[in-house]
Design a protein around this ligand. Sequence first.
Ligand code: MRU
Length: 344
Amino acid sequence: MKYDTMRWRKDALELLDQRLLPRETRYVKCFTEREVSKAIKNMTVRGAPAIGIAGAYGAYLGIRGIRTKNNIEFDRKLDNVIKYLAGARPTARNLFWALERIKRVAEKNKGKTVDKIKSIMLDEAHAILREDINICREIGRHGAALIKKNSNVLTHCNAGALATGGYGTALGVIFSAKKKIKMVYADETRPVLQGARLTVWELIKNNVPATLICDNMAASLMAKDKIDAIIVGADRIAANGDTANKIGTYSLAVNAKYHKVPFYVAAPFSTFDLAIKNGREIPIEERSPEEVKSVGGQMLTVASVNVVNPAFDVTPAKLITAIITERGVIRRPNTASVRRILSM
Ligand code: MRU
């Protein structure tokens, strides 16, 4: 990729500020867990795997200044930092997965000095970032096999390098299948416009043919046989394959079923939440009404109007043709097929 979603430089986590793209490429430095949490909340960094990785670095930043040599006090502080970071956004499983992984590595090294545990935690955050890029490449490889020659593919929101450690999940499939793809239609993805601002930027930067559409145009393109496949990412996948992803994904899946267009979800294992039986149990983030009422700071409507702004919706597994993971493809996802591939 020609850009880093995030990088560790000397003593800080640097995040590519996704609020400014595509106008400006600027990195924000985070020196504390508070700065990381704020960056996750205000979507400087966004996308399920990316906020997980940022959270892992945030956990390290939260404990690196702790002076104590007492392991019990250290554990208590680490617990508080992890709880605090887990409160940044509620839907993406990857944030909790990464924080649990950081906590586990600290617990496993309990007998060591506090300074040693700190450095092990930083190494673990680096490992999560590195592994995520490789996982995305594997998802891309498995997914590319599903794409037919000369395909027009539609995607929603941004599940690219910007939403991950690098490369992307849904866009990872598109990058890997680039030679077989005639056109990628990108939904603009209101209210925050991740499709128009981020996906289009990534596709053009990587020389993939891109066409931007408003969200309400997707069904009519399907009706005209202009779409051969739909690929989206995921924020949390329940044990039965029900999938939470950016608001608007569900209506795309309903339309895809009606028009017999294959509907693929691309996601790493860290997005699955086997403790949750089905999609009804996935917590859905409700964001500020201002995101719906305005675009780029410009008020679009009557300022006092009532607004709902759920950031995600749930697509039932029965509308999903297949879930593409780093270990292979789960066709017709259900509790048994999900369990089978996850226990491989
Ligand atoms: O609110 P966002 O921009 O964080 O939502 C992101 C999405 O819904 C993505 O599709 C999802 O996180 C998958 S990213 C590989």
